[in-house]
Design a protein around this ligand. Structure first.
Ligand SMILES: C[S@@+](CC[C@H](N)C(=O)[O-])C[C@H]1O[C@@H](n2cnc3c(N)ncnc32)[C@H](O)[C@@H]1O
Length: 384
């Protein structure tokens, strides 16, 4: 079935679209094909904010599994609504008629087939109401399509569509509480997409980043958590980690709770609470820390190198390349990069960076994380 995700902003929708299209990034479950195609819809050139909608065509995950997945990871901070759509019409002015017809068709359908997509489409052949044989056109005003124990909540984009639906299908009422089903209607790209789902699968999250910040030491940690998640990098209690550009210490604190030891380099101060027993602060610039690192890595190199100095790519590379000899073969480098322009395409600079790192790193990738600002990207590579 087609699924439409609504995110907090258009740039976030763009990144969700990339995640849904990139099997090598594990933002969405990928054991099976997640969806056939992902695209932003309803884009209006003059509106920078945009509707924030991403269409996932033929999504393979069931509604309850998709909701469970989103709620269990960083995605919950960026997706505010989900619409499950089994039908599409270009007849925008009369869309209420099509929605009503779908609801009438459903009365003759096994409720468990509601979300199979197929169930919805086949329903038109299976209409079996108490009334005489049903001619949809003649019975357009029939009130019988609302079975007594079915209360429907409307979830529409834009919201005005709900008013139009209620005006034209008064039986809908638009329940807010104790609803058994949700009716989804989305307008975009000259089409209306619609469908109906079980009430318990409705996903409606306030646009509230506080929820996401719970458990994260600071906003900075969202980047680290997200990149570890999408690259499938797991931390464990045996790891020795190098954190470059570590102050005031949110990443260091996050890491120190999960790994054996963190060596944090920064000429600036680390917060007092970050200086736990398994954190060593080298209070210098990275370029001046070579002797300390040789001492630290005697007999053992780092299992992970993270760097959040937030420098322009080439400047970051100049500082990081000499540090790569302290990273174990096969281990990951994660670097936040800061660009001057806010354009989406950073290919030139990223290409330059890949050629600088190419001698020491493999599997290089530059990701626009949802937690990155529009100027930032996060670079990942593995020591070869
Ligand atoms: C954005 S902050 C890092 C925030 C940190 N990740 C956290 O979670 O708190 C960037 C830090 O990089 C440090 N920095 C800049 N240039 C550096 C260098 N050459 N060597 C080491 N640290 C550097 C700055 O002192 C600053 O504290």
């Amino acid at each position: 079935m087609d699924v439409i995700l609504q995110s907090v902003s258009q740039p976030a929708a763009h990144r969700l679209m990339i995640y849904a299209s990139s099997p090598h990034l594990q933002a969405f479950p990928s054991e099976q094909r997640f969806c056939d195609h992902a695209q932003e819809i309803g884009l209006n050139e003059s509106d920078f904010k945009g509707p924030g909608l991403v269409l996932l065509q033929n999504c393979q995950l069931s509604p309850s599994d998709l909701v469970k997945h989103i709620m269990s990871c960083f995605l919950r901070g960026y997706i505010v609504r989900i619409y499950w759509c089994t039908c599409t019409t270009a007849d925008i002015n009369n869309f209420s008629f099509h929605v009503k017809r779908m609801l009438m068709d459903l009365e003759g359908t096994d409720q468990s087939a509601f979300l199979s997509g197929e169930g919805v489409l086949k329903a038109s052949k299976k209409v079996d109401m108490e009334s005489d044989s049903l001619d949809l056109n003649i019975n357009y005003n029939s009130e019988k399509f609302m079975v007594p124990n079915r209360k429907i909540r409307l979830q529409t984009f834009p919201r005005e569509l709900a008013m139009k639906l209620i005006d034209e299908i008064p039986e809908l009422e638009g329940a807010v509480h104790d609803f058994s089903h949700s009716l989804y209607v989305v307008k975009g790209d000259g089409l209306i997409r619609y469908g109906i789902g079980k009430g318990e699968d409705m996903y409606l999250v306030a646009c509230d980043r506080e929820a996401l910040l719970k458990g994260a030491v600071a906003r900075a940690c969202l980047k680290l958590e997200e990149v570890l998640y999408v690259k499938g990098i797991t931390l464990n209690s045996h790891m020795l980690v190098l954190d470059v550009g570590a102050a005031p210490g949110a990443w260091t604190e996050y890491l120190s709770k999960k790994v054996h030891h963190v060596v944090a380099i920064d000429p600036g101060k680390l917060d007092q609470n970050v200086l736990a027993g398994n954190v060593t602060h080298i209070c210098k610039k990275a370029q001046d820390s070579m002797a300390d690192l040789v001492m630290w890595t005697t007999g053992r190199n780092f299992d992970l190198l993270v760097c959040d100095m937030n420098k322009h790519p080439v400047e970051a590379a100049e500082i990081i390349v000499p540090l790569l000899k302290f990273l174990k073969y096969g281990s990951f480098l994660i670097v936040t990069l800061k660009f001057h322009g806010r354009g989406k395409n950073k290919d030139d600079k990223v290409g330059e960076l890949k050629s600088i790192f190419g001698a020491s790193l493999k599997e290089m990738d530059c990701i626009w994380l949802l937690a990155n600002s529009i100027y930032e990207r996060t670079f990942v590579g593995r020591r070869k």
